[in-house]
Design a binder for this molecule. Structure first.
Ligand code: MEV
Length: 364
C-alpha cells in the first residue's frame, strides 16, 4: 500500500496566455489532495466499484503505469474543490502517478531507467519526506518515484483532457510546489528545471524561491460554479480563430506576467497586486470571467492589493492578495463566496507512506 499527496495551485499571472507559450506564474497552495492505493480483490474507488469513465485522469494513468496489473482499491481525499481552477485534477494526477510508481517499482538498467522518459533533470529533486538528502525518513519503494516523471505524466493526462491544449503550469506547480514560472526562454536569474513542449508550443519551466518580507496572504474565493478548463480553453481558441488580432491581448497578458514576476522576485507586493488586477481586466475582456466572479472580485478589492480570477475562469475561483485576510475573507463570504486562506508556495509532492512495495513488477 502507498499514499502520496500533492498541493493545489493558484495562478498569479498568465493563465490562458501560457497555453500559447507566454509567461505565467503559479504558486502551490496549502490545500492538498492525497491518494492511497492498496491491493484489492476488485477495482474500487473510495469503497465503490471503480467506474473508469467517470475518472478520466485515473483511467489514463492506469493505462500508462498499471496496464495488466492487479486490481487496486484507490482512496482520494483532500480539501481542493474540484473543477474550480485550483489544480485539483493536476494534484490528483501527480499524487496518483507517484503512488502507482511506488507500487510498481522501477527496474534500473545500469544507470538508466528501464522505462525511459525525457528527463533533463537529475533524479534528485525530491520534495517528499523520503529524501535521504534532507536526512529525513526513508520510505520503502519511494526511491522509485521521480518528480520529473510525475510532472510529465500529469501534464500528458491534463493535455488529453484539454484536447491537446494544455500548458505544464498546473502539473509542474502541483509536483514541485513553491513558485513555478513558465517562460518562452531560459532565465538565468531563476532556477531552470526543464523544457517542455507540446503541439508546437515550448515552455521553459523554472522555480523561484520567494523571499516575501511583508505579511501578505492569498485569499481564494470560490463561486461554487464548476467550470471545466477544457471548455474555457476551447472558448478562447474559438475567439482567437474568429478574431486573430485579439492575440495582442494574449501578448499583453504575457507582458503583465513578466512585470508581476519582477515585482514578486523583488518582494514588491504592491507591484504584484497591481499586475494581478491588470491581468484580470484583460481576462474579463476576453470573456473569461462571469458575473459571480465579478461580484466576489468587487467585494474583495477594497481590502486587497490585487484581485483576479485564477485558473480557467467562467466560474471556479478568484484570488485576492491581501494584508488583512480576515477582512477580505469576510467581504468575499458576504458576497456569497466560500473562502480559503493560503500562504505563498507550499511544499510539492510528498510520499506519505509505502508498505510492501513494489506490489507488482511487470518487467522482471
Ligand atoms: C488552468 O488552470 C490554466 C489554463 O491556463 C490552462 C493551462 O495552462 O493548461 C487555463
Amino acid at each position: 500500500m502507498a499514499q502520496a499527496s500533492a498541493p493545489g495551485k493558484c495562478i498569479l499571472f498568465g493563465e490562458h496566455a501560457v497555453v500559447y507559450g507566454h509567461p505565467a506564474v503559479a504558486v502551490a497552495l496549502d490545500q492538498r489532495i492525497s491518494v492511497n492505493i492498496e491491493p484489492s480483490k476488485d477495482w474500487r474507488l473510495d469503497g465503490m466499484r471503480f467506474d473508469a469513465a467517470r475518472h478520466p485522469h485515473i483511467k489514463s494513468l492506469l493505462q500508462r503505469l498499471w496496464e495488466g496489473g492487479p486490481p487496486l482499491s484507490i482512496k482520494i481525499q483532500g480539501d481542493i474543490p474540484p473543477a474550480s481552477g485550483l489544480g485539483s485534477s493536476a494534484a490528483l494526477s501527480v499524487a496518483a502517478s507517484a503512488v502507482l510508481r511506488c507500487a510498481k517499482g522501477r527496474k534500473v538498467d545500469g544507470d538508466r531507467w528501464a522505462e525511459g522518459f525525457s528527463s533533463t533533470q537529475p533524479n534528485n529533486v525530491y520534495h517528499g519526506p523520503w529524501t535521504s538528502k534532507s536526512g529525513k525518513q526513508q520510505i520503502q519503494g519511494a526511491d522509485s518515484v521521480n518528480t520529473d516523471e510525475c510532472a510529465i505524466l500529469a501534464h500528458a493526462v491534463e493535455a488529453e483532457a484539454q484536447g491537446g491544449k494544455a500548458s505544464p503550469l498546473d502539473s509542474s506547480t502541483c509536483t514541485h510546489g513553491g513558485c513555478i514560472v513558465l517562460l518562452d526562454q531560459v532565465d538565468e536569474t531563476l532556477d531552470w528545471l526543464y523544457t517542455r513542449s507540446l503541439n508546437g508550443v515550448k515552455w521553459e519551466v523554472h522555480s523561484v524561491s520567494l523571499n516575501i518580507e511583508e505579511d501578505v496572504w492569498l485569499v481564494v474565493g470560490s463561486t461554487g460554479i464548476h467550470a471545466p478548463t477544457a471548455l474555457q480553453v476551447e472558448k478562447l481558441a474559438k475567439l482567437l480563430e474568429k478574431n486573430p488580432e485579439r492575440i495582442a491581448e494574449i501578448e499583453t497578458i504575457g507582458m503583465i506576467s513578466r512585470r508581476g514576476l519582477d515585482s514578486l522576485v523583488k518582494g514588491d507586493m504592491n507591484g504584484v497586486g497591481r499586475a494581478m488586477s491588470e491581468n484580470h481586466l484583460i481576462l474579463r475582456n476576453l470573456g473569461l470571467s462571469c458575473p459571480e466572479l465579478e461580484s466576489l472580485i468587487a467585494a474583495a478589492a477594497p481590502t486587497s492589493l490585487g484581485v483576479k480570477l485564477t485558473g480557467a475562469g467562467g466560474g471556479g475561483c478568484m484570488i485576492a492578495l491581501t494584508k488583512d485576510p480576515k477582512a477580505t475573507s469576510e467581504a468575499i463570504e458576504l458576497a456569497g463566496g466560500r473562502t480559503m486562506i493560503s500562504k505563498f508556495g507550499s511544499a510539492g509532492l510528498s510520499i506519505e507512506y509505502s508498505k510492501d512495495c513494489p506490489l507488482w513488477k511487470d518487467s522482471e
